[in-house]
Design a binder for this molecule. Sequence first.
Ligand SMILES: [Zn+2]
Length: 239
Amino acid sequence: MTELLYYPDNEYQKEFESEVSKVKEMDNYICLKETLFYKEGGGQPADQGKISWDGSEAEVVDVQKEHGEVRHYIEGDFPEPGQEVHGEIDWERRYKHMRMHTAQHILSWVALQEYDATTAGNQIHEDQSRIDFKPVDFSEEDVEKIEKEANALIQKGLEVRKKEMARELVEEQMTEGRTNLDLIPESVDPLRVVVIGEDDICPCGGTHVDNINEIGRINIVNRVSKGENVERLEFELEE
Ligand SMILES: [Zn+2]
């Protein structure tokens, strides 16, 4: 099993040392004993970056958890099993994902508070992200209100805490409808949660900023109706 160095609360480290535990050159991937590279999941894309050793180098183009292992898909040189390597994540890309992901949590929280809208899905990108809400039918005014309240929250500069929490406590403290805990296998306990300020507790495996003032400003740029009672909001961030 690969140790995930960014858990539960180490999202600002950009470089690490590790050892190659598996090489599958035919399938273009390697596994490491530990990694800082985020594997795609929870609507957040994988990290990219590079690994290097003894004058050789490979680009990490994708990271996926498959068959219980974290596979780093690489292009370039291939190391041997047991090789000590230096890893470096593409920080610009990762930091945008962190800001976007925390912004998504804030929008989901505000929409739940104001409209009882639950988050049915989300997809983070560097430039534009989206959230699907249901059951809801937003008007233009509603969308403006969500954007305004989310940005007012950001102005407060609330701290974002990432930690492990007993499943029972999460069930007790999480606002109803914030996420569907039934979708997370019972065996996962404790859960890794993201807590914004004092109120918004949400199980999440993504990478997040430490303070919501790092997000900048949220601009909701589009509202799309995705069928009965499902609304998609697309948003961007300003520095
Ligand atoms: Zn999340």
